[in-house]
Write a protein that binds this ligand. Structure first.
Ligand code: ADP
Ligand code: SF4
Length: 686
């Protein structure tokens, strides 16, 4: 039963001619499937509607070939032939009583046109974004008229597809109406440039066009960035206040946030729940129209507070809806403990960035709704329930135990340590990563509700223990450890002087509380977030840190999770020296020898210790021992032994959770061929 304190979250909100049945609003988010995988996309949106979101939006939707975002895969409404793909989504969203919304966008100089080969357009002549070696040309008045026509026609197509809400997009530095607002992009001297009134003109016109074209049937939403944190060249809060005042009653809904994307979907390491409030709270004071905003909201108390304090009318969510598509339903049913809270790791973002289907650390079914028929809440009962021993209580083991328990297996989970969670428990103690523990906490909460899952702590099992236990199925999720020898992406062999050197530390040492002192080199040959965290941790312990990497920039993969700029700023603020483009050729306990990647020269670096972050090795000894004793399995009553997660091949936490979930889903089910999922096939010539 719903807690009456949350009643306000379930009151309807009028958005122009349509009504949202409650205040849960899935704002637009990319997913790496878009127009290329319409069935997968529609199924993913459907589970959000089924899970109780009143509004379910697309990602950015290109309106014309000159707004082509290739290689990124977003939604598309170039012409009528694109309507059926989005109609598919609308039908599925409507089937659950939710509204469908589309975010129309023409990204001007921030498009690519790599596929369409159209010339880029923008308010003024300027280089294209993302480093493509081409330029956008300044739009003529005729171009502006054409753009308005494309937008209008796309809005009509959206309505024909069944959309209930159509967005005008002026956020994220990703759309022409925003580009016209920005002084750094708009140097025009005609009626569309110069004064604020002139720079707002296009946005106003497009809002009016959209209302005129579809306002009788659809709500018109404006997605608007109130701050870019770039100073005078960008949209600034003071000017944004004037803009909101100028357009206050024109849209049916204000969707407000901070630009660019890295300032909007900030990783939890750098921003807490509700961090955008200081930038968007003013909007409701200026307009009578409903306001939606985001803040990685997972707590219903925070949501209620946002509404009661007059900050927002609708609770916007991308990541919380990805981590738990059933968040609204759980609040409604009084199942607050069951909410699978987003951890703010932005692995979901990496799907879009790497042009692959969305995945989520917390929700292993995300992106698998259609191609694997995986539902975030439901799972088929075991056709033949039996006893399963799960060894290791990290993310892989916990998820396997939980999902196996949900399927009705008799599960025993053995963990060597006195606490569960494996790497997430350990990493959560590092600076800024506290929310990683949610991966453990949600699974533990679910497991405690299952009477058929038993947990044994302080139980380091040997191969003999496993065989003596005599479970029908054994799954090993025994994790991995960081290499001490320096082998990594660029270092193709152990680094001389590293092995058995007490002055060489790993992240495991750091997480176990063995922290060096003095001047420390952090060697990053991994490229993601770990080395920057180690640097931060060492700095907090009073060490003088030098960050060394063979890459030409630090933490390059963190671009894919929007961490990169925040990491750079953080390390700069802490005064951490960074040496890029250098490999390490040796360490004698006093001097670390660096070799320049491009120039034929070496550099000595005097350091008291080295913290090496290069690669990991699976803890698969137990698995290997059990394989050697395969002849004994039958006597033990054991039919299968599997190794999953980091003890199979070290990876992201998301990989470990997925591996645990997949194991549980597939146990006892017939194998259906080499390809374990459905694919989209596009018939030639159509
Ligand atoms: P993953 O990410 O694959 O889940 P983790 O490293 O997070 O891996 O977790 C592995 C867990 O397995 C750790 O908590 C570790 O203590 C536990 N473990 C490792 N070997 C054994 C063993 N022989 N018996 C029981 N637990 C083990
Ligand atoms: Fe949240 Fe991480 Fe899932 Fe994204 S991938 S929704 S940030 S838990």
């Amino acid at each position: 039963m719903r807690d009456p304190r949350y009643d306000i979250l379930f009151t309807p909100v009028q958005i122009g001619p349509v009504t949202a049945k409650n205040r849960f609003f899935q704002v637009p988010h990319c997913n790496g499937m878009g127009h290329a995988m319409p069935l997968a996309h529609a199924a993913m949106r459907e589970v959000k509607a089924e899970g109780g979101w009143a509004v379910v939006s697309t990602e950015e939707c290109e309106i014309h070939p000159s707004s082509d975002l290739t290689p990124y895969v977003e939604a598309r409404l170039w012409d009528d032939r694109d309507i059926p793909a989005l109609a598919l989504m609308c039908d599925k969203v409507h089937a659950h009583g939710a509204l469908a919304a589309v975010e129309l966008s023409h990204n001007g100089p921030t498009a690519s046109n790599l596929y369409s080969r159209e010339v880029l357009i923008g308010p003024s002549h300027q280089p294209s974004k993302y480093g493509y070696p081409s330029q956008a040309r300044a739009m003529s008045l005729k171009d502006i008229a054409e753009y308005r026509r494309w937008h209008r026609e796309a809005a009509v197509r959206a309505m024909r597809a069944g959309m209930d809400i159509v967005y005008v997009y002026a956020a994220h530095d990703l759309s022409l109406p925003m580009h016209f607002l920005q002084r750094r992009r708009n140097q025009r001297t005609d009626a569309y440039g110069g004064s604020l009134e002139n720079r707002v003109r296009l946005l106003r016109e497009v809002l009016e066009d959209t209302r005129d074209a579809i306002g009788h049937r659809c709500g018109v939403a404006l997605r608007f960035a109130t701050e870019e944190l770039l100073g005078g060249g960008g949209v600034e809060l003071n000017e944004a206040k004037d803009i909101v005042a100028m357009l206050a009653e024109l849209p049916d809904l204000w969707d407000v946030n901070v630009a660019a994307w890295y300032n909007d979907s900030v990783p939890s390491r750098f921003a807490a729940e509700g961090a955008q409030e200081p930038f968007v709270a003013f909007v409701k004071q200026v307009t009578s129209k409903p306001v939606v905003g985001v803040g990685r909201f997972t707590s219903p108390d925070t949501m209620v507070s946002q509404i009661k304090r007059g900050v927002l009318d609708l609770i916007g969510a991308a990541r919380p809806s990805i981590a738990d598509p059933f968040l609204p339903a759980k609040v409604e049913q009084g199942r607050i403990d069951d909410i699978r809270e987003c951890i703010g790791c932005n692995i979901c973002v990496s799907g879009d960035m790497t042009i692959s289907p969305i995945r989520c650390t917390q929700n292993p079914t995300m992106g698998e709704e259609w191609r694997k028929d995986w539902h975030p809440e439901r799972i088929a009962p075991a056709s033949k329930p039996g006893r399963v021993l799960v060894v290791g209580g990290g993310p892989a083991g916990l998820e396997a135990a939980r999902a196996l328990g949900q399927r009705g297996y008799e599960v025993s989970l053995a963990e060597a340590r006195k606490e569960l969670g494996g790497r997430v428990t350990r990493e959560a103690r590092l600076p800024g990563l506290a929310e990683w523990a949610r991966v453990r906490d949600w699974r533990l909460g679910q497991i405690h509700k299952l009477t058929n899952v038993s947990v044994y702590l302080d139980s380091a099992l040997t191969a003999q223990d496993v065989l003596d236990f005599g479970a029908e199925h054994v799954v090993l999720a025994t994790g991995c450890h960081w290499r001490r020898d320096g082998y990594g992406r660029s270092h193709g062999a152990p680094i001389p002087g590293f092995v058995d050197n007490p002055k060489v530390y790993t992240l495991d040492d750091l997480m176990d509380g063995r922290i060096p002192a003095g001047r420390i080199a952090v060697l990053d040959d991994d490229g993601f977030y770990y080395a920057s965290i180690a640097a931060e941790q060492l700095h907090a312990h009073g060490c003088e840190v030098v960050y060394v990497t063979p890459e030409d920039t630090l933490a390059p993969w963190s671009q894919n999770t929007l961490d990169y700029r925040h990491i750079r700023k953080r390390l700069a603020k802490l005064g951490i020296e960074v040496i890029v483009s250098h490999t390490v050729t040796g360490y004698d306990g006093e001097i670390l020898t660096l070799e320049h990647a491009w120039e034929d020269r070496q550099q000595p670096l005097a350091v008291d210790a080295v913290l090496t972050v290069t690669a990991r090795l699976p803890n698969d000894a137990l698995y290997q021992q059990l394989l050697e004793r395969e002849a004994d399995w039958a006597d033990a009553g054991t039919h299968s032994v599997r190794n999953i997660g980091d003890s199979d091949a070290p990876g992201l936490i998301a990989h470990a959770v997925y591996a645990g979930h997949r194991y549980a889903r597939e146990l006892g089910e017939p194998v259906t061929g080499e390809v374990a999922f459905k694919r989209h096939f596009h018939a030639a010539g159509t």
